[in-house]
Ligand binder design. Structure first.
Ligand code: ATP
Ligand code: MG
Length: 512
């Protein structure tokens, strides 16, 4: 008995080590796979038997039992084929097949012994590296692009012979391998977006969006039709910094699982689901669970345009993932978790006709209609939003000089680097755990007192207090400062007051 053959299983996007054991004994012919395999793994039996036949392995009057542990976790997909074959071969071949604990095998099999790719290969590779594997044995796919993003050695192998040679420490001949990855072609979600400089006026909103982009804070924009809400949202994507390699691969893996097309691009994702989208397409799930829009927006932007038109039930479902950065979908047989750390950008008209509070036209809605619309639009999410911006049509006079997205992106990139170094993780100020934020933010006693006094006088909750610290931290990070400044605290308070004005307006409508 030596080290078990190792592979990687996925529950949603979370990987776990799967140990593959085989037992071969004299008995009547039988081949059994245990350890909660799904139908596709049960079919592995035929592929493994056919490969054993191709290798001239005689299993007459033998009972083969394969155990996939941990036994209580469901296994899906065909990626364990090659690991199962190796486990059986180690039992029946005279020549030993060593296997060390830093190696794992991720490959499906063809009937004649070729290693094949399978759905979920990319996320499995990404998770294998996170689990600490140093060597990942793969089917022949071009992993050079992935290799750049990973610290482990990725070894593509053509067939079972090469796989055995590799395990026995013999060199493997380099081969021509097809590229299954979508190259860095322009992703559909990054093309044709307006530059920040092409949005005229809206100086305050642009400042808020820069802070939101730097720290991952959530924003709601309200205003009459045509004032530039959608344009600002599109331009927001262009001021987000590029993703580092590991995050780029993480995002790519989610798209791979969802069977959605995305280039191996360093631009953060930008998703703008229509308001008629179902809860499942937004949150994720289904009979065969797959990631929803909130996970496809991971490390990027989720833009909900016409927020008031979304169903309240759907919006309610966003609250938990917004707080935890991941979403867990419980099914009868298993629950799966997908990452969902996104920046929410929402836009809405102030009322059904769109002109409430506008100086362009009269609003034709009743106060009750206005209140119902505003509550639906922002009610479930209001306490999770950091910026509530009330926009008006500004005229198209350009303020000179208008900063381009490229210039703003230099600042947001710097600010994000500071945060990621401080937290030693991809977390940003908007979503990092409160305890970590408080332990590292560098707030002085006096600043703390100032914040507490303001919160007490304004009757703001502790949640608001922490939010103010998050915002102030980002504002200081944008200036490249190690400590939070008084000016950044004052600016954070200003943004909270601006958001309160919006809420007060809602309340007034409720009573008129
Ligand atoms: N601040 C602005 N600077 C430059 N162009 C603008 C500005 N605001 C609006 N526009 C122009 O008006 C068009 C409509 O703006 P946009 O779609 O952003 O409005 P909106 O606020 O989203 O309206 P709706 O509520 O109807 O969705 C834009 O495509 C753009 O051409
Ligand atoms: Mg719009």
């Amino acid at each position: 008995m030596g080290q078990d053959v190792l592979s990687v299983g996925l529950e949603g996007m979370k990987g776990h080590i799967v140990r593959v054991e085989a037992n071969v004994r004299s008995d009547k012919d039988q081949f059994v796979i245990v350890g909660l395999p799904d139908a596709s793994i049960k079919e592995s039996k035929e592929r493994v038997l056919s490969c054993l036949h191709a290798l001239d392995v005689d299993l007459d009057m033998k009972k083969v039992t394969i155990h996939l542990s941990p036994a209580d976790k469901r296994k899906t997909g065909t990626g364990y084929d090659a690991a199962m074959l190796v486990a059986v071969l180690r039992e029946v071949m005279k020549e030993p097949i060593p296997f060390d604990a830093s190696t794992c095998i991720l490959a499906s099999l063809s009937l004649d012994g070729r290693l094949e790719s399978f759905h979920g290969l990319i996320p499995a590779i990404q998770q294998a590296v996170l689990l600490g594997f140093k060597r990942v044995l793969l089917p022949p796919v071009d992993v050079r692009v992935l290799g750049k993003a990973l610290s482990a050695e990725l070894i593509p192998l053509a067939d079972v012979h090469q796989l055995l040679d590799c395990l026995r420490g013999q060199g493997v001949i380099a081969m021509d391998i097809p590229n299954v990855l979508v190259k860095e072609e322009e992703s559909p979600d990054v093309s044709h977006q307006p530059d920040f400089a092409s949005v005229r006026g809206h100086k305050e909103a642009k400042r808020a969006l820069e802070i939101a982009a730097a720290g991952g804070h959530h924003v709601l924009m309200t205003g009459p039709p045509g004032c530039g809400k959608s344009m600002l949202a599109d331009a927001f994507h262009t001021i987000l910094p590029d993703l580092p390699n590991e995050e780029m691969l993480e995002v790519y893996s989610i798209y791979h699982l969802a069977k959605e097309r995305r280039g191996f691009s360093s631009r953060p994702p930008y998703r703008s689901p229509h308001h008629s989208a179902s809860a499942i397409s937004l949150i994720g799930g289904g009979t065969y669970p797959k990631p929803g829009e909130i996970s496809l927006a991971h490390r990027g932007v989720l833009f909900l345009d016409e927020l008031g038109e979304f169903s309240r039930k759907t919006l309610d479902m966003l609250r938990q993932p917004m707080e935890s950065g991941e979403v867990t979908i419980s099914r009868v047989r298993q629950s799966v978790t997908y990452p969902s750390s996104f920046t929410l950008l929402a836009a809405t008209n102030p009322c059904p006709c769109g002109y409430h509070g506008s100086n362009e036209r009269y609003c034709t809605c009743t106060p009750q209609q206005v209140r119902a619309y505003q509550l639906k639009a922002s009610g479930p999410l209001l306490d999770r939003l950091d910026f509530v911006l009330t926009l008006t049509s500004v005229g198209l006079k350009q303020e000179m000089p208008a900063e381009t997205s490229e210039k703003v992106r230099i600042r947001t990139r710097q600010a994000q680097l500071l945060q990621k170094n401080r937290y030693n993780s991809p977390s940003l100020n908007g979503t990092v755990a409160g305890s970590v934020l408080l332990a590292t933010c560098g707030l002085t006693e006096r600043q703390n007192e100032l914040l507490e006094t303001v919160c007490f006088s304004k009757k703001w909750s502790n949640r608001t207090l922490v939010k103010l610290i998050r915002l102030a931290r980002t504002i200081s990070d944008l200036e490249g400062l190690e400590y939070i400044t008084k000016a950044s605290i004052e600016e954070a308070i200003h943004w909270k007051q601006v958001a309160d004005l919006h809420q007060d307006a809602q309340r007034i409508h409720g009573t008129t």
